[in-house]
Design a protein around this ligand. Structure first.
Ligand SMILES: C[S@@+](CC[C@H](N)C(=O)[O-])C[C@H]1O[C@@H](n2cnc3c(N)ncnc32)[C@H](O)[C@@H]1O
Length: 222
């Protein structure tokens, strides 16, 4: 299947799930070695599952295809957790692509609901899952929080260096509760150094298929 919208192309990945290739950036939203596998490994297991609270406040930088939000929703049902999910996105995905991605998912109805919910409002997707998608540039967004978990899922530091700077990491750190966690697929030494500089305790974890390592940054102030 090949669908193209405004420089964004649907791409099948190794685990059979779909991601989006952004021609303008020259990069995929998720790993071509398996979009669902990567999202579950980096964001759900290393991030969401780290937090043992019954009510979890999540911030996502880069809502994109909504795959991380969708998998979080499924996991939260499984664990019976209450979720507030705030997602920041500058260029929302075209709905035709959303529909195509949803066709391969176990719960396409939930996936589409995440996309059709209106922007910049708290929307109850399910009684225990509230979504607030913010259509804004993360660099100028007022990030308030407090958050328990941050999914840092921007394009790579090579493609979007301005999003991987200490000033944004510091804003995120300040908007996070104590304790809390930030996860990202990048394992670059320089990124880990910047996260440490703003106060995080940084851990290297094994990466998802196709990637040696990923990063987990914990905020824990004594
Ligand atoms: C790697 S993709 C995110 C994938 C997404 N988390 C998912 O589950 O599909 C990066 C996303 O960040 C968005 N983005 C890029 N620059 C941004 C900015 N300055 N502010 C907010 N979002 C931005 C892109 O439009 C893209 O959707």
């Amino acid at each position: 299947m090949m669908m193209q919208m405004m420089g964004r192309i649907l791409q099948r990945t190794s685990d059979g799930s779909y991601t989006v290739y952004d021609e303008r950036v020259g990069e995929c939203f998720h790993s071509v070695h398996g979009a669902i596998q990567e999202s579950e490994h980096v964001f759900i297991r290393a991030g969401f599952d780290w937090c043992n609270l019954d009510s979890v406040r999540i911030l996502e930088v880069g809502f994109g295809s909504g795959l991380n939000a969708y998998l979080t929703l499924l996991r939260s049902i499984e664990l019976n957790k209450q979720i507030y999910y705030e997602a920041i996105e500058l260029c929302p995905l075209e709905y035709e692509l959303v529909e195509s991605i949803s066709e391969g998912l176990a719960h396409p109805d939930f996936f589409c609901l995440l996309h059709t919910s209106i922007w910049n409002n708290n929307i109850e997707i399910l009684p225990r899952f509230v979504l607030n998608k913010r259509h804004v540039d993360v660099l100028s967004a007022n990030i308030i929080g407090p958050f328990d978990v941050v999914y840092f899922d921007a394009f790579s530091p090579e493609k979007q260096p301005e999003l991987w700077q200490e000033n944004l990491f510091k804003s995120l750190f300040n908007a996070m509760d104590n304790p809390s966690v930030l996860v990202t697929y990048s394992a670059k030494g320089e990124i880990k150094r910047r996260l440490r500089n703003v106060g995080f305790i940084v851990e290297r974890l094994p990466g998802p298929p196709g990637k040696r390592e990923m990063t987990r940054a914990v905020k824990r102030i004594k």
